[in-house]
Design a protein around this ligand. Structure first.
Ligand code: ZN
Length: 187
């Protein structure tokens, strides 16, 4: 039995016990917030932030990077589903700090014969990448509410968040370690 078979079985059990339905949960996030974070399995977003079903949009990818596709989802989240705040969460010990764009691109090309067209979006400095992500959201014309964007780093050991101050005048095309000095920690 594959893991997916196990998950389907778990769904069947949950449905039979009446615990899987969301008919009473609204489709618009009741707390009007979107959270962008890494896919890292150590981050239980709902538990970490005290979120319940129906309260927030949670967007995840490798690194919690603000890609064009994240901007697409945030545009829909704000314009169609009423969210107004964006919370960006990167984390310590992220796998994206263990690869480089050139290295992973070469690895994929060697394994498959094709170089990927997408950006790898690795980073060496987590705080700098949070600032980069804040700037990408703030500079996107497709985001309706750009004033309420805040960025954080999640400590996977303690579960605590620390806030990263936005760059005063960063360039969104500059990526990673060469960007700005470390941010102010306020959380
Ligand atoms: Zn990560």
């Amino acid at each position: 039995m594959s893991v997916i078979d196990e998950l389907v079985g778990a769904n069947r059990a949950a449905t039979e016990s009446g615990g899987a339905g969301t008919a009473s949960v609204p489709g618009k996030p009741t707390r009007s917030v979107a959270v962008v974070t890494c896919m890292d399995c150590r981050i239980n977003v709902e538990q970490v932030l005290g979120l319940g079903p129906g309260e927030a949009h949670v967007l995840r990818n490798a690194g919690g990077v603000v890609t064009d596709d994240v901007i697409r989802s945030l545009a829909l989240s704000q314009h169609k589903l009423g969210t107004r705040e964006v919370m960006l969460i990167h984390h310590d010990k992220c796998g994206m700090t263990t690869v480089t764009d050139d290295g992973f691109r070469a690895e994929l090309q060697e394994a498959t014969g094709v170089a990927p067209a997408f950006a790898i979006e690795s980073f060496a400095d987590v705080e700098a990448d949070v600032r980069q992500s804040i700037e990408r959201v703030r500079r996107s014309a497709f985001i309706a509410h750009r004033d309420a964007v805040r960025g954080f780093v999640f400590d996977v050991d303690t579960g605590a968040l620390r806030e990263v101050a936005a760059a005063a005048g960063g360039d969104p095309d500059r990526v990673g370690a060469d960007a700005q000095p470390p941010g102010e920690e306020v959380v």
